[in-house]
Write a protein that binds this ligand. Structure first.
Ligand code: IFM
Length: 442
């Protein structure tokens, strides 16, 4: 059992923050010139998102950002990680049509964040590709590397004077694997060749983005955000072990290894060969300053001969499940992972997401009590502390999430916020976990 984080001693400059992403909180999808994204389209395909939910309104953060950022200050946030909606600033995705009103919105968010003494951490891509670019082939079209570099240049020029931390992408493997092979996310395609191209082009886009940010925002600190989790076979059979090994390559290695070590993992590397051009690996593996880690718990793999990769999602052991969401809880795997990543990639680590979902409800006194989340956070933040004591180079922690929000395929049915949002009237109510976290980081 790891130490209670409240009793642990933390480095003075350890950075504590909160995370959100554009499509999950902003709403205002058809306002002030924003163009459609692939998630606007995907949400409208019957059966894709629980309850037919969409991000049309979400947390209405587009209009309520000022009060939200004031609330972040009251919760003692030192950093706020958010993403820019590419189609809000470039409605058609390309640099030829810039939406000034969209750019103004992020000026306001950044200025308000800084006024409150909170560091803005800006992520360029949290899954909401402009629909117009998808119509041209999206991530499966190699031209996306140039589209992304132009977008990164626009953002660096506009905000680089005030934003000192940029991430290129959030969770590369999720939007490529679930977007192109296992249809659980936009654009919902099932096509092995497009998936392989998307992996390679997104890696190239990351490298191009880093180069552009480096030259236009030279004093900024640059990184990217991976979700890395142990992949364990659901049961120990040769078939499930093979499935786990390939899923591990997709989930944990297909992006960090080329970006940070200059090579693909073996099975994916072989499959990607037809799409590699001379010099590509040097373009992908550009120097970065930090590694962002999103982590929730291990995943379980099983053989699935019907899946285009031969693997499928297994179930976690019953006794280890989080009672509401069904995700397994293994803080010790998080501790060990932080140590492994420190020695494998030799970069400072920021935990850019960690938290748990559930069905939090407002009680008769108008309060939201979520002891289950406090227990989860205590276990994981305690495990992170233990890893740091053993030598893991962890510099900061951002909880997921600031607000209950649009949880992709689960719609609004799975609440991850430390602040409850009543989606009928947009009322914000800090949960007991928000008070616990604010005290820890205050
Ligand atoms: O809500 C998501 C987030 O967008 C990416 N990481 C996992 C979170 C919880 O599922």
């Amino acid at each position: 059992m790891s130490i209670d984080p409240a009793k642990a001693s933390w480095p003075k400059d350890f950075l504590w923050g909160f995370s959100t992403s554009a499509y999950q909180v902003e709403g205002a999808v058809a306002e002030d010139g924003r163009g459609p994204s692939i998630w606007d389209t995907y949400c409208r395909i019957p059966g894709k998102v629980a309850n037919g939910d969409t991000g049309d309104v979400a947390c209405d953060h587009y209009h309520r950002y000022a009060e939200d950022i004031d609330l972040l200050k009251r919760l003692n946030a030192k950093a706020y990680r958010f993403s820019v909606s590419w189609p809000r600033v470039l409605p058609k995705g390309k640099i030829s049509q810039i939406n000034e009103k969209g750019l103004d919105f992020y000026d306001r968010v950044i200025d308000k964040t800084l006024e409150n003494g909170i560091q803005p951490w800006l992520c360029l891509y949290h899954w909401d590709l402009p629909q117009a670019l998808h119509d041209l082939g999206g991530w499966a079209n190699r031209d996306c590397v140039g589209w992304f570099a132009d977008y990164a240049a626009l953002i660096a020029r506009r905000y680089g004077d005030r934003v000192k931390h940029f991430a290129t992408f959030n969770e590369f493997c999720v939007f490529t694997l679930f977007g192109y092979s296992i249809p659980w996310a936009a654009p919902g395609i099932v096509d092995r060749e497009q998936h392989l191209k998307a992996i390679h082009h997104v890696n190239l886009a990351h490298g191009a983005g880093i180069d552009v940010l480096r030259s236009l925002a030279p004093d900024a600190s640059l990184g990217m955000i991976y979700n890395i989790q142990d992949v364990w076979p659901e049961t120990d059979t040769p078939e499930n072990r093979a499935a786990a090994s390939l899923l591990d390559e997709h989930w944990n290695l297909a992006f960090p290894d080329p970006q940070l070590l200059g090579h693909y993992p073996p099975q994916i590397g072989k499959a990607i060969e037809p799409y590699m051009q001379p010099g590509d690996m040097a373009k992908i593996s550009r120097p970065v300053d930090w590694l962002g880690l999103n982590h929730y718990g291990p995943i379980f793999a099983k053989a699935d001969p019907k899946g285009i990769w031969g693997f499928g999602w297994g179930d976690s052991p019953e006794q280890d499940k989080n009672d509401e969401v069904g995700w397994a809880i293994y803080p010790e795997a998080f501790r060990d992972l932080l140590l492994r990543l420190t020695s494998r990639y030799k970069l400072p680590i920021y935990v850019t997401e960690n938290g748990c979902g559930g069905e939090d409800k407002v009680d008769a006194n108008g309060e939201v009590d979520d002891p289950r989340r406090i227990t989860y956070l205590k276990l994981f933040i305690g495990a992170m502390h233990e890893a740091m004591e053993k030598g893991a180079d962890v510099r900061g922690y951002f909880v997921w999430s600031f607000l209950d929000n649009f949880e992709w395929g689960s719609g609004y049915g799975n609440r991850f916020g430390l602040v409850h949002v009543d989606f009928e009237n947009q009322k914000r109510t800090p949960k007991s976990s928000a008070r616990w976290y604010a005290k820890l980081i205050g």
